[in-house]
Every structure is written in C-alpha cells, then in structure tokens.
Ligand binder design. Structure first.
Ligand SMILES: [Zn+2]
Length: 168
C-alpha cells in the first residue's frame, strides 16, 4: 500500500465528482451511485444496522440504507457504501464482497476509514467547503448546504484542517 489511505480516498472522491457530479448542491448521491453501478435501496434493516452493500460476481452491486434514518444520515451512508465499492472494485478489482454498517462502534478498520473519508470528500467537495469556511459561514449553514449532519460537517472541517487520519 503505497499511498496514504485518506489521500487515496479523497483523490477517488474527487475523480467521482469530476466524472459524475452536476455541480449542484447537495450532491445527488443516489443518482451518482446508480450511475456508477451501485443501486441504492431504502429498507427496514435489522436492529443496530444503518446500512450495507452487497456485491456478487456478475451481479450489480446493491446498497441499503435504513429507511427510518434521517435524510442526512441516509445520504452519508449511501456515500459510505459507494466508498466501499470504489475501494473494492476500482482499486482492488474485487467482485464479491459485502460490508455491514453497525451502529455500535467497534470494527473500525482501514476499509471503514477509507469509506468515511471518501463519503465526506464526495458530499462536501473541498473547494466549496473551504470557501464557505473562509467566508465565515457557520457549521449549521454549511451542513444545510451540503445536506449532511452537523457532526459530518464538523468532522470534515477537522479532517481538512489536519489532513491526518484520526484512526489507523
Ligand atoms: Zn462501512
């Protein structure tokens, strides 16, 4: 593994934005996911599960988000699942995998770190995000513009300031 994980995740998110984003806010994550070959579904998932992605050989990938979650949460989960897809298919050429997102913290490994970093970079593109910060916009305004939770906007701000992974 040559490159740093966070850098790799951000570069891939930037590639996706350049190829699939219409330049509008909030970033249309469901449409981008479909265009990349991951069909998103809302479903009633098992207790304690917020999302998942399933990819079988010669089948299209499917991602699932918990239908009762808030829209900001569902958007981030969809972007996170797309991050798993990008890492497994585009980067590792893996055609048979699944990830399940549990609400309880615990199994936070490099795959989860990659998917979170990718999701943040995809939903909150760096340039417009930094511009809003420079203009003195509040995190509430920023979160509303990008269609993310306050927590997600705060985390993205931290990540862009430090440029370092919090967990490795
Ligand atoms: Zn995950």
């Amino acid at each position: 593994m040559g490159k740093l994980v966070w850098k790799d995740a951000r570069e891939h998110a930037q590639d996706v934005l350049e190829n699939y984003w219409d330049g509008q806010f909030p970033v249309k994550i469901a449409a981008i996911s479909k265009a990349m070959g991951v069909i998103p579904y809302q479903a009633s998932l098992p207790a304690g599960v917020s999302g998942m992605i399933v990819k079988k050989p010669s089948e299209q990938a499917r991602s699932y988000v918990e239908a009762s979650d808030m829209e900001t949460r569902r958007r981030f989960t969809l972007a996170h699942e797309l991050g798993h897809y990008v890492e497994r298919v585009d980067v590792s050429d893996d055609n048979d995998f699944s990830f399940v997102e549990k609400r309880e913290p615990g199994q936070y490994d490099l795959h989860e770190f990659y998917a979170d970093e990718f999701a943040g970079a995809l939903l909150m593109p760096e340039q417009p995000f930094m511009t809003m910060l420079d203009e003195g916009k509040s995190l509430i305004e920023i979160a509303a513009r990008f269609g993310v939770s306050l927590d997600a906007a705060r985390k993205r701000r931290e990540r862009l300031r430090t440029n370092q992974p919090e967990v490795v």
